[in-house]
Design a protein around this ligand. Structure first.
Ligand code: HAM
Length: 426
């Protein structure tokens, strides 16, 4: 009878060493770029009071259906907690709690959790990188945020990315539009699918997101937000468009762009990977949320930001056949035929001087150890046998080039390897 074994929970994935090299590259590239743009990193808890996330919008699916919630175990301070489904609400909570000076420019990375129906590019645990500017109303802040995301895609070499841009107006405009949209959709409810009819009562804006054939005619004739913008909304949006043009970032104005979170005001945007043929082709999105900090107990404070989905960015890279750096090869692998103590010492000394070194365990045969050395991808094997030991030498075998080997005195091993690495790098 075969034993049953555990697997990663539904909607989660294990990233193994070959693939995690790509993750590291993406995460490092983002951290470096955000730092160059003048953003500092915030590391906040993975779980928060559920109330923090309820501000995303009680009628959004993220809040109503997808949160992983649990209770604090302390009976004296019962608290409903939730794994974070996104980081913008957390960042606003952090801001309201610590009150840093504004504009507060921050970036973050880490796993998010949403109880979604898993499919290609949609997971229950996924990683985002993101950035927010809190306390700034200047449309130049919108332009900077969008540029940071855009330059990041450029930096990692993604080519086929489209930027969809919209504005939802201020909270008043948005509320008026919501009412108008609701009455239009209600009048035309007979021509909507049962799913959209259901959505209509909870969140009319989300109906615009429907891809169902039958709904499209009603949606295409629906009023657009553009007809409701006030002059400040319009000026803000025009300045954002002018700013993006001035730094040559192409965009398409998409009046029916709907985001899955309710806190947005004015500028909203999404990045779509054109090569991704799956339904989940949004590789990032964001917008302004000028009321969120106040909702979380802070002073009235504007904010704008984005989050990019790293899992989907990697899928997009794959579909563009983009070669992202894999793991850096090891410099050397120590094959010790004298019991293993020398492998311990040599590996320690070389690692200390910055070289990437591995060794085998368990006193295996020369053949077995060389097989592991070859598989490790190391550039050199350092072989210590009885003869080498007697003469206080090691054998250095080139594993990636022509396979030549030389004897090197033990005391010269480190400098010989360092010189050889320098020559390879130059
Ligand atoms: P969002 O559109 O919900 O926005 O998520 C941003 C990105 O995270 C998506 O474009 C997608 O790439 C990725 N993503 C979302 N859900 C999943 C999933 N289930 N599996 C894989 N990837 C996923 C936000 O989260 C906002 N906090 C963005 C923001 C920041 N707005 C203002 N500031």
């Amino acid at each position: 009878m075969s034993k049953s074994y555990f697997q990663a929970p539904r909607g989660t994935r294990d990233i193994l060493p070959d693939e995690s090299g790509k993750w590291q590259l993406i995460l490092n590239a983002f951290a470096n770029l955000a730092t160059r743009f003048g953003y500092g990193q915030v590391i906040s808890p993975i779980f928060e009071d559920v109330g923090v996330f309820q501000r995303i919008g009680e009628n959004t699916e993220i809040v109503s259906k997808e949160m992983f919630t649990f209770q604090d175990k302390d009976p004296k301070t019962p608290q409903n907690l939730a794994l974070r489904p996104e980081l913008t609400a957390s960042i606003c909570r952090v801001f309201a709690q610590h009150r840093p000076t504004t504009p507060w420019k921050v970036w973050y990375e880490g796993p998010q959790f949403r109880y979604e129906k898993p499919q290609a590019g949609r997971y229950r645990q996924f990683v985002q990188v993101g950035a927010e500017i809190i306390g700034e109303n200047d449309p130049a802040a919108d332009v900077e945020i969008i540029s940071l995301a855009w330059r990041f895609y450029e930096l990692i070499g993604l080519k086929n990315v489209s930027l969809l841009l919209n504005t939802l107006g201020d909270s008043e405009t948005r509320a008026t539009y919501n009412r108008e949209l609701f009455s239009y959709l209600s009048e035309n409810a007979d021509n909507l699918s049962p799913e959209s009819k259901n959505t209509l009562t909870k969140n009319p804006l989300r109906v615009l997101d429907s891809k169902r054939e039958g709904d499209l005619q009603v949606i295409n004739n629906a009023p657009t937000i553009q007809d409701f913008l006030n002059s400040e909304d319009k000026d803000h949006f025009d300045s954002v468009c002018d700013g993006l043009n001035s730094v040559n970032i192409p965009f398409s104005i998409t009046p029916r762009l709907v985001r899955g979170l309710d806190y947005y005001t004015r500028t909203t945007f999404e990045f779509v990977a054109d090569e991704l043929k799956t339904a989940q082709n949004a590789i990032g999105g964001g917008g302004r949320y000028d009321g969120l900090v106040e909702e979380l107990g802070g002073p009235p404070t504007q904010g704008i930001g984005f989050a990019l989905g790293v899992d989907r960015i990697l899928l997009a890279c794959e579909s563009e056949r983009l070669e992202l750096g894999t793991r850096k090869p090891l410099d050397a692998f120590v094959v010790d035929l004298t019991g293993g103590t020398h492998a311990t010492q040599i590996a320690d000394e070389l690692r200390h001087s910055g070289l990437g070194v591995d060794r085998s365990f368990g006193g295996r045969s020369m053949k077995a150890q060389m097989k592991v050395a070859d598989r490790s991808g190391a550039l050199y094997a350092i072989i210590v046998g009885d003869d080498e030991l007697e003469k206080n030498e090691v054998t250095l075998r080139d594993l990636r080039g022509d396979g030549t080997q030389v004897r090197v005195s033990r005391s010269n091993l480190k400098s010989t390897l360092l010189d050889s690495m320098k020559r390879r790098d130059s």
